[in-house]
Design a protein around this ligand. Sequence first.
Ligand code: RAT
Ligand code: ZN
Length: 435
Amino acid sequence: MEATSFEKPDPGGGFGAPATLTADQIQSVVKDVLATSQFIDMHTHLYSPVFGKIGLWGIDELLTYHYLEAEFFRYSSMTPEQYWSLPKPAQADAIWQALFVENSPVSEATRGVIAVLHAFALPTGASGLTEARSFFKNQTIEDHIPRVLKMAGVSSVVMTNDPLDAEEQPVWMKGVQRHPQFQAVLRLDRLLREWSEPWPLLASQGYQVDDQASGNSIAEIRRFLADWCERMRPVYMAVSLPDTFQFPEDTVRGKILREAVLPSCREFGLPLSLMIGVRRQVNPGLRLGGDGAGRADLRALENLCRSFPDNRFLVSVLSRENQHELCVYARKFSNLMPFGCWWFLNNPSIVEEITRERIEMLGTSFIAQHSDARVLEQVIYKWRNTRNTFTPILTETYRSLSRDGGKVTRGNIERDVRRLFCSNFTRWTGQGDGA
Ligand code: RAT
Ligand code: ZN
C-alpha cells in the first residue's frame, strides 16, 4: 500500500536534515546507490599480473569457462575426450558455435559472455570470433585490469592462493610485488585433502611431517601456515568442503583443522572461510565442470562456531536447502558471517530468494555477494547482474520499512549497501570498523 494523504512521509526532521524518501523515490535511489557504489569482490579466482598465465582473461578463456563447458556437452555431440584433445581456440570456437550460434544464449553463463562482448562494443551475433580475438590481443593486462574493474564497479578483488600449487608456489617464492587492487587468500583445500596427497608436498618444502601426521607434524603444519601467512599476507584462510563434512571428526583432516588451522587463524587474527557442500568430480570427464552440489549437515558448523568462539568464520553453503539453516545459525553465533550466493546459486532467481531470506533474518549483517570470477572480464557481467537483482530486493525492503513508518534516506541506503558489499567484509577481516 502506498502512503495515503494522511500518511504523508516525514519530511526528515527539520532544516538541513536528510530528506526522507517517498515510496516512489526509493527505487531510483536504490538503483543509483547500487550503480555508483564500489564493491569489494571477496572471493574470486583472478590474479594480479605478476602471476602471469595463471590469471585468465580474454575471449577464449571466457568461452572455455567450466560453467560453459558443462552446458556445451548438453548440446554438442562431441565427447569430452574429443573436446579436451583440441587446442583452446578450437574449444572456444566449438562452444561459440554450439551455445551462441546454434542455440540462444539464454542461460546465466552464456548471457554473461554476450554482456561482456557488448560492454566492449564487440559483435554479439557474429558467426566467428575474429573481431573479439583481435580486440583482446590488443590489450595489455596492466591497463586492462583497472579498466575492467572500473567497468564492473569493483574497487578490489580477493584472489584464491594455493601454496601447494606447482605453478603458483614459485611465484610467491620469488617475492610478489603487491598490486593495490588484489588481496591474497591462503587456500587450504590441498592441505585438508586425504593426507597422503599433501604431506609429501609439505615435506618437499622442508617441513618435517610424516605420513601419519604424527610426532612433530602438527607443529610443522603450523610453521608452514605461519610462513605462508608471512609470504602472502592473506585476508583470510579458506577451504571448500564436501557435503559429507563433519566436525568433530576422527580423521587427519579433523585433527589438522582443530590443532593447526584454527589455532593459526587465531594467532594471526584471520577468519576461516568454509565453503560447504561441493561434491567434487561427480563426472570426472568434465574436469572442472564435473563437480556437483549436495546438502550438508550443518551441525558441523554449529559445533565449530560453539567450540571455537575466538575464531571467526566466513561461510557459504552450496545447497539451496541449507540456506535457511545457515541464517538460523548466524542468529545464534556472532562469530559466523554468511557470504555470497556461491557457484550454482549465482543465478538471479536463487540470489533473490536467498537474499530476501537473509535480510528478513539478519538485516544487513551478512556479505551479500562475491563473483567467483575465474576470467577477468566476468566481473563485468556478474556484478552487473548482482546490481540488477538487488534493485528490486532492496527497493521492496525499504518500501516495507517506509510503509511501517520507518524513515528511509539516501544516507541509510548508502550505508547499508556499503555494509553488504564492502565493510562487513573489511570489518570481519580486520581491515576496517564496518562503518
Ligand atoms: O565456482 C567455481 O568456479 C568453482 O569451480 C569453484 O572454484 C569454487 O568457487 C571454489 O572456490 O571452490
Ligand atoms: Zn571459488
